[in-house]
Design a protein around this ligand. Structure first.
Ligand code: SF4
Ligand code: SF4
Length: 146
């Protein structure tokens, strides 16, 4: 009986306090700007320098590029295997043009491992999702770059 009352005292003390849980998935968490979710990718910024693929500790990035009519390198394929990506952020750190960045996308449950092999179209769509969700962050970053 004493144990029960002690337990109730703890419960009652917590009742008026601010709730820290969310009704996920109806309510999504707001992650901080430096949260390391899966990548977003901006193809027009990529110069196919291969630095991201070279530094990746799990070799999960594969890419190819070609020269355009102005002899400038442009990306033609860019794939990340999220089955083995450890979201370490090294690829975004070395990218000289910030073509690859982390996002706040984290819901990556899939029925097949093959579905975790994502190409640059998916990564670019993730960039567009991020821009729509966080216009203030994108604008602030553009302002810092000017
Ligand atoms: S986050 Fe790390 S493991 Fe994932 S692709 Fe980038 S370098 Fe590779
Ligand atoms: S994403 Fe960045 S580091 Fe990777 S190939 Fe493109 S420009 Fe180079």
């Amino acid at each position: 009986m004493i144990g029960f009352l002690k337990g109730m005292r703890v419960t009652l003390r917590q009742l008026p306090k601010k709730k820290v849980t969310l009704q996920y998935p109806d309510v999504k968490p707001e992650w901080p700007e430096r949260f390391r979710g899966v990548h977003r990718f901006i193809p027009e910024l990529c110069i196919a320098c291969n630095q991201c693929a070279r530094i990746c500790p799990t070799s999960c990035i594969s890419l190819a590029g070609e020269r355009d009519e102005n002899k400038k390198m442009k990306i033609t394929t860019f794939d990340i295997n999220f089955d083995i990506c450890i979201l370490c952020d090294l690829c975004t750190e070395v990218c000289p043009t910030e073509a690859i960045l982390m996002s706040d996308t984290f819901e990556m449950a899939r029925y097949s491992r093959d579905d975790l092999y994502l190409d640059m179209h998916w990564l670019y769509e993730n960039e567009q999702r991020y821009e729509e969700a966080h216009p203030e962050r994108v604008a602030e970053k553009a302002g810092r770059a000017e």
